[in-house]
Design a protein around this ligand. Sequence first.
Ligand code: SF4
Ligand code: SF4
Length: 411
Amino acid sequence: MDNRKYSRRSFLDRSTRGLAAAGAMGIYGKLDLPEERVKHNSQKDIIFRDLGKTGVKLPIVSMGVMTATNPEVLVRAYEKGVRHFDTAELYQRGNSEKMIGDVINRMGVRDDVVISTKVWAISHNPKRRNEISNPSSPEKVRQYFIEDFEGCLERLKMDYVDILYQHNVTYDNSVNARVAMTNPGILEALEELKSTGRIKYTGATAHFNMASVLNEAARSGVFDVVQISYNFSMSDDDELKDAIKNAKDNKIGVVAMKTQTGGEGRDKTPINQTAVLKWVLRHEGVTTAIPGFTNFDHLDEDFSVASDLEYTSEEREFLESEDVIKKLDFCRQCSSCEDTCPRNADIPNLMRSHMYARKYGDFFEAKSTLKMGTENIISLYPCMECNECLAKCIRSVNISKNIEELKLLFA
Ligand code: SF4
Ligand code: SF4
């Protein structure tokens, strides 16, 4: 790290949001250090892992910048050792990208960090969405995907991003060909962006069918990194565990999201945050996790895991408690409830939207998610005229209550 580029004081002097006293630097060198573990200012070791075949090594705790709005949290995260910041074109209507770009560029540490963003294969522009509803027109898909990505670069004020994810893919193109990870227009766009240096690595994100997406990425070699939803509610999913291992064996970087199932309201939940984060990271196939901490306390709590994955007795007790799955209250998007709805509502998507609204307090993301369901249908439509919800979760998600809450918010 070149201290001429960044000091906390120089950043703060230029920042429009003042901070308290400038603290110790606490900064170590570049990402591509050969050591597996690097000392930082607390003298504890940070655990690094390889991001697949990219040659990049990342601390096992990174930052998901979905709902964070305080740039000082990003500065502090960098100082503590976070080197990967994850965003998406949709997060905070593009303001997440703007904030990351502003912070990283002001600090002058662009080359020391890994920035990822995501573009949705179905353009968020409704006119374009209609135009590309036919996946047999790959040229339009390619063009719009690249144009949407150029918007990301503009907001980030960067020449390139490290990882560009095709957002929210499905493995099975018979379900929704437009968002399939084999969509030829998207694959062409990713290849073009990589060959012209506007992205370094290609990626795909999956909120459901994670095992299939990981296995396909491992088979095809097209994607360098896969970001998956992964948390303790999936602890009995051996297929997914095997797919993570398979991805590691095939040198695919795996980034874990939704690790604590929480979001903004985490202080109000009975979840032991470090226990569930450690559980995810104890899978060696997971390169790094991107908890979405939004304040200093949550940052400190989550980053403490980066140097120590041993469970405390309290954490172990939490994970072994009988009602842990209920406490997590997480829809793992398994679709097992599909046949219990007489109107074929896209329940997994509805539950995901509910999570963003209730747990993250992110109504924009919740609304956008409702549009991401089964083709051309806003996921809440089938529920609008339905007076009694008969849908049942095979686990512990209260579908009818959640749908009532969604109706109050969005109907
Ligand atoms: S309210 Fe329940 S049963 Fe009715 S359409 Fe929606 S998910 Fe299906
Ligand atoms: S509501 Fe339950 S059964 Fe339905 S997708 Fe979510 S976890 Fe699976």
